[in-house]
Design a protein around this ligand. Sequence first.
Ligand SMILES: Nc1ncnc2c1ncn2[C@@H]1O[C@H](COP(=O)(O)OP(=O)(O)O)[C@@H](O)[C@H]1O
Ligand SMILES: N[C@@H](CCOP(=O)(O)O)C(=O)O
Length: 298
Amino acid sequence: MSAVLERPLTVAVPATSANLGPGFDCLGLALTLENTFTFAPAPETDFSGCPPRFADTHNLAWRTFNETRASLGLPPQTVALSQTVGVPLSGGLGSSSTCIVAGVAAGLASAGLPWDREETLRRACAIEGHPDNVAPAVCGGLTASFVTEGEVTCLQSDVAPEWRFVVISPPYEVRTEDARRALPATVAHADAARQLGRCFGVVRALERGDGALLGRASHDRLHEPYRRPLIRDYDACREACLDAGACAFWISGSGSSMVAACLGDASAANVLAAVPDGLPVRVLRAQTAGTSIAPCDV
Ligand SMILES: Nc1ncnc2c1ncn2[C@@H]1O[C@H](COP(=O)(O)OP(=O)(O)O)[C@@H](O)[C@H]1O
Ligand SMILES: N[C@@H](CCOP(=O)(O)O)C(=O)O
């Protein structure tokens, strides 16, 4: 068994939208937007394609690659890391998860281990701290996940093909760390109870293409009320999207992106047109394949 990466390897990891309204730290959805990471054996460490402030050994994908190797008792390997970045940084679309998943997957591969979704998910979740982004990033589709003594349970569902997700990504970052600090330490019992049925309602609505159910279920009291003030375009976007026919409107992960869930292309086009001018917006679908890993030529 070889203990270094001998050939370049590309890991493609989808963007994810976590929480989906009432499913705080539990629900997540993989989207048709991705980051790719090519790890190539090289005499010296090199970074290309990533935001300049991450072009050094603090790069989360690079760090995770070598931390994964260290956890297997292997020394650091110098690699050239080349990225294509489709997922906005600190945008609530799981950019950190893409780096962590890629680093774990490449680290395991460099030890000669076969691609193993469960092991990648377990390790990535331990690093990220919550499973709702890494689970759909690794497995694809819609996931409900939780962790029991370090073991991740990931329940995956298919998403009805007519769903379109209008994703608005304002040009400012909200760091997940800061958005988590905005949350209260405790919640009222009644509020926690109120979330449970709604969480299940979101899953059922996405599986079945039930827009009315998604609208009724998409009311959150655990995180959105505290995070709205961090996203100055939230109120205007929410009102515009719901008025234009979106079935539901969520903060994506911890923001700043927001998602309007729509049924069908025509509805998505209406909602897209209603988004206030100047905000970057795209229409995405659910991504079903999750992470892929393949040798490549560079
Ligand atoms: N493309 C990237 N290249 C290198 N590091 C990245 C990249 N994307 C995200 N990161 C890392 O993840 C952090 C952002 O994480 P976070 O605030 O959780 O954002 P998100 O909500 O997008 O996951 C960045 O500060 C950086 O350390
Ligand atoms: N459940 C987490 C999800 C954070 O997602 P991200 O894409 O913003 O990193 C939270 O809401 O804090």
